[in-house]
Design a protein around this ligand. Sequence first.
Ligand code: URA
Length: 433
Amino acid sequence: MRMYDIIMAKRLGQVLTDEQIRFAVEGFTRGCIPDYQMSALLMAICFQGMNEHETAYLTDCMARSGDMIDLSPIPGVKVDKHSTGGVGDKTSLVIGPIVASCGVPVAKMSGRGLGHTGGTLDKLESIPGLSVDIGKERFFEIVRDVGLSIIGQTGDVAPADKKLYALRDVTATVDNISLIASSIMSKKLAAGSDAILLDVKTGSGAFMKTLDDSVALAQAMVSIGEQMGRRTVALITDMDLPLGHAIGNALEVVEAVDTLRGHGPADFTEVCLQLASNMLLLAGKGELPACRAMAEDAVASGRAFAKFKAMAAAQGGDTSVLDDTAKFPRAPIVHEVKAPQSGYISHMDATRCGIASVALGAGRASKEDAIDHSAGILLHRKTGDRVERGEVLAELFTAREASVQEAEQMLLGAITFAQERPAPHNLVYARVT
Ligand code: URA
């Protein structure tokens, strides 16, 4: 078999055989197929597309290119959750404890923030002492004892995706539904859960800006999951504006704690409850309304918050900051951003809000950068709110005095004012099964 013929077949719009796909993925991962040939194939895929079977087979080959995590030593149905990424998206910190406190084990491997979006690991590490690098044995032990653990990736999960993503990034071939779906799902399949809940974000802060594209991506991922024997459901949730009020690591942990204690922001609480209910459904806990009631009770009873604290303690975290969130280290500079005019906030570009937060030190420009856990933005007003000129729109938290003006301008540039009240936003647009 020759890579040349595989590239030509796809260039001519033919359906690739399983053998051709396996040859390309295995050869490229081993280093036998050069970047220039794989780039040509990726570009041909962008122009000619892949059908559902090709996409699922590609995903399977990518998943099997490295370690396949075996979660079977942990009893019960394991359900994973994946978000396509957003600004202020701290849902894993709330959903994990809710679901675990309802008796469903949560063994989750999460990622770090990159670009304008945050990452669960960085948020967790803002709890003093908490480690997300505890090794597989301890991870399994905590899931068995506590029911919940969230760590960084262990082993070599889906190395084909790492190599392919790096190539796509520099050859203008990221933006294809089959390639995105196979990239995300290869990592989820290798992570070993029995069922997968996908939170596909849509809007100005999301990877997918339009509802149509978000639904298409969700359908492609659900199809892959189901073809690979994993029950998979996707919710399309709003990311046209930041979720909740907090953007930045420790600020988001505080908001997650508030939510677990039953007094979080309404939008964030609702999205968490819908996601948690769907995870419980996937775990076989009952129909959706019963699962919703279970999730609400987990919060109201305090069980979900207790579960979060138990996980934090097991991973070495100082839980006194969770009992009294005023103890979180506070940024030395707190700057108020005031409304330049009166009116309604008609739009808030979530990506630009995320970039402003990165400028304050909450995120990294490259993988090696250190982050400031106390940096970020607390939004006092969001899309749909009426504001008067001079009213505080947000507080900026940072140690970088030189970045305050830049971040303030970015944040103000992200906000559009209007005299008319804008139509309310949906929080969840669709459920794809
Ligand atoms: N996230 C991924 O993991 N892969 C993509 O291709 C896009 C977003």
